[in-house]
Design a protein around this ligand. Sequence first.
Ligand code: SF4
Length: 280
Amino acid sequence: MSNQLALFSEPAGAPGLDQARDLVARYGSALAIVVNMSGGKDSVRMLGYLREQFPNVRMYVVYADTGFEHVRPVSAETWSRERAAAYGLPLHVVRNPNTTFLSMVERRGMFPDSKNRQCTSDLKRGPVEVFIRSLPEKVVLNCIGIRAAESPKRAQKEPWKLNARLSKAGRRVVDWMPIFRESLADVLAWHKSTGTPFHPVYVYAGAGGYLKRFSCRVCIFSTAADLHAIHANDREAFDLVAELEQRIGFTLKSGKSLFQILGQAPASADQYGSEESPCF
Ligand code: SF4
């Protein structure tokens, strides 16, 4: 294997920092870091980490708008722009020009699910890939704020992996999860120590909100507890999805409409819903 190929190989169990440093040293201004930013706690923490580790590397903060992002009391886009600006960076907003979360569901007559996540692929990953292909830099670290501790499924992911689909025509792209080894406590502690606020929909650290996850206003992975909280705090979003269920005759959650879920108390173990960031 040549040295160049070796640099793109997968490290054994490492989160990738050494490999990233090697690539930065080797490619200089031909390399860029893309920071996938949702406005959620993990992507904000990841941005802080990357700015600390690579203050002089060209960095693009990219926000993929599904058309069903949080809008109150401050939009997810505005929040993300402010977080990027705190590090002196602009926010690049990308979206699928042909559809939004709600229009996609209406056109298909069904909601995505965990096995068929068209929302993630067509509204998040796809537009970010278009952005990456448009960059002048031919080596790209595509950074995603996934952590192993979020779930057993997440723990199986590879935190450093060549993206074969994007690595064509002289371009090399590595999908990297720089905070893969961090715990929830690590992320919360970083916010506290740096004085970085949480978006107001969060329950964390006095943010005053009602969710542990930062997702679309209603997400295919929203738990019963999440849906109760959304009904109480973002009635417009709840009603949009509940009415869509009735129009297309298909429910967000298997076997139960949102109104049926609302009629039952969520299990106590589900009190606060999942902590896993849903996308990517
Ligand atoms: S946040 Fe949820 S509903 Fe929105 S794109 Fe991601 S998985 Fe789909």
